[in-house]
Design a protein around this ligand. Structure first.
Ligand SMILES: [Fe+2]
Length: 343
C-alpha cells in the first residue's frame, strides 16, 4: 500500500484475516445505499469539503489503521490528510465505494455430497482463481435470468474455461447458449441440477434445484423478500400480471420440503467476511416472511406497493447483458446495492 492509500484487494485481505481495522465511511447519509461490512458512518462530507474534520475530530483512538471511504476516494482523501496531520494512522480506500464493487469473499458447505461454494460478487478472475486453487474443472455456467442490476460475467467465464453456457430459454440473449427449460437436468459428476421455471421477476427467471435439498433461487426468492416484478417496464396491468406469475412461482418454491435450503442471488446488506453462507430454508421463509403467505390478490397489491427505486443504469446494464458484453469499466455502471428485491 502507498503511504496514505489502501487498495480494495488489501482491505479485503485485512477484513478476511480479521486484522484490526476501522472502516470510516464519510459519505452523506443520502449517498449511502450500501456499505463495507462493519463500517462506521460519520457524516463529515460538508466539513471535509471545506478542509475541516468536523465530527471526525472527536474520533476515539482505534486499534489498527482507520480506512476512510467515500464515493470515489476524493473526500476520504481529505479526511486521511487531516487525520494524519493529527498523528492518526489513516489510509484512504483507493477508488472508494465504486472500486469496492470489485471486492469479494466466499463461503462453502457440503450439500448432498456436493461442495457448494458461494462467491459473493462476480468477476471471472475470481472464479478462475478459486477453480485452480481447488484443482476443479468448470463444466458449466448456469445463469438464473438476464440481470438488470449487475453485469453478468457468465459468458466471459464460460469462454475462459471452455465450459458450457446455460441460460433459461428466452429470446433476449443475442449470443449462443444452451437453453434450460422447466425440468431440464444439468448433469455434473454423479449428480444434477434441475431447472425449475420461476417467472415473475423476469419472464425467464429460473431456479436450479439440487436433489430437492437446495434451491438456487436467483432473484425470485430472497432470504426475507421476493424479487421485484417491474423491471421489464410495461403498463400497470402488465406489472400486475408479472406479480401474479411471481406469486405462482413463490408458491411453487414454498411447496418444496421445508428443510430445503434456499440460496438467493443477492442480499441487500453488506456481506461480512465471516465465511457464513447466505442461506435460509423454505420453512423459515414460510414462517417469517408474511408477504409469501398472502393470497394472490393481496400479494400482488403488497408487492407492487413496495417497489424500490430502479437500479441506477439498469437499462444500460440489461443491454450489455443481452449482448453478452462488458463495458471498459464495469464498476462505473454497477456499483451499489442489490435493487432486485422488493423493499
Ligand atoms: Fe435480477
Amino acid at each position: 500500500m502507498s503511504a496514505d492509500r489502501i487498495s480494495v484487494a488489501e482491505l479485503q485481505e485485512l477484513l478476511a484475516a480479521h486484522r484490526p481495522v476501522t472502516v470510516l465511511d464519510v459519505r452523506s447519509p443520502s449517498d449511502v445505499d450500501w456499505e463495507i461490512p462493519g463500517a462506521i458512518h460519520m457524516d463529515a462530507y460538508a466539513e471535509l469539503q471545506s478542509g475541516r474534520l468536523g465530527p471526525l475530530a472527536d474520533l476515539s483512538p482505534a486499534q489498527g489503521p482507520i480506512v476512510t471511504v467515500c464515493g470515489v476516494g476524493r473526500t476520504a482523501g481529505i479526511a486521511t490528510e487531516l487525520l494524519r496531520a493529527k498523528g492518526v494512522a489513516a489510509l484512504t480506500l483507493d477508488g472508494g465505494m465504486r472500486s469496492w464493487s470489485l471486492a469479494w469473499n466466499t463461503a462453502q458447505i457440503m450439500i448432498s455430497g456436493c461442495q457448494v461454494v458461494q462467491v459473493r460478487r462476480v468477476d471471472p478472475d475470481v472464479y478462475v482463481r478459486l477453480l485452480s486453487e481447488r484443482g476443479w474443472r468448470l463444466v458449466a455456467v448456469a445463469d438464473t435470468h438476464i440481470h438488470a442490476d449487475h453485469l453478468s460475467r457468465s459468458r466471459q467465464l464460460a469462454h475462459l474455461e471452455g465450459a458450457a453456457l446455460l441460460l433459461p430459454t428466452q429470446n433476449r440473449a443475442e449470443y449462443p447458449f444452451r437453453p434450460v427449460a422447466d425440468g431440464d437436468r444439468i448433469v455434473f459428476g454423479s449428480t444434477a441440477l434441475v431447472g425449475m421455471r420461476t417467472p415473475g421477476h423476469t419472464a425467464e427467471s429460473t431456479t436450479y434445484l439440487l436433489d430437492n435439498t437446495a434451491a438456487f433461487t436467483g432473484d425470485t426468492l430472497f432470504l426475507n423478500s421476493v424479487g421485484r416484478p417491474d423491471l421489464e417496464g410495461g403498463t400497470p396491468q402488465e406489472r400486475a400480471s408479472r406479480a401474479r406469475l411471481l406469486h405462482m412461482s413463490v408458491s411453487r418454491l414454498l411447496q418444496l420440503p421445508e428443510a430445503t435450503q434456499v440460496f438467493p442471488g443477492h442480499v441487500s446488506e453488506a456481506i461480512a467476511f465471516d465465511g457464513r453462507m447466505l442461506r435460509t430454508t423454505v420453512g423459515t421463509i414460510r414462517d417469517t416472511v408474511a408477504l409469501v403467505r398472502l393470497e394472490e390478490a393481496a400479494f400482488v397489491q403488497a408487492v407492487l406497493a413496495r417497489i424500490p427505486p430502479n437500479p441506477p443504469n439498469h437499462s444500460r446494464i440489461v443491454e450489455f447483458n443481452e449482448r453478452g458484453e462488458l463495458p471498459g469499466d464495469p464498476s462505473e455502471l454497477e456499483a451499489g446495492a442489490n435493487r432486485c428485491a422488493t423493499a
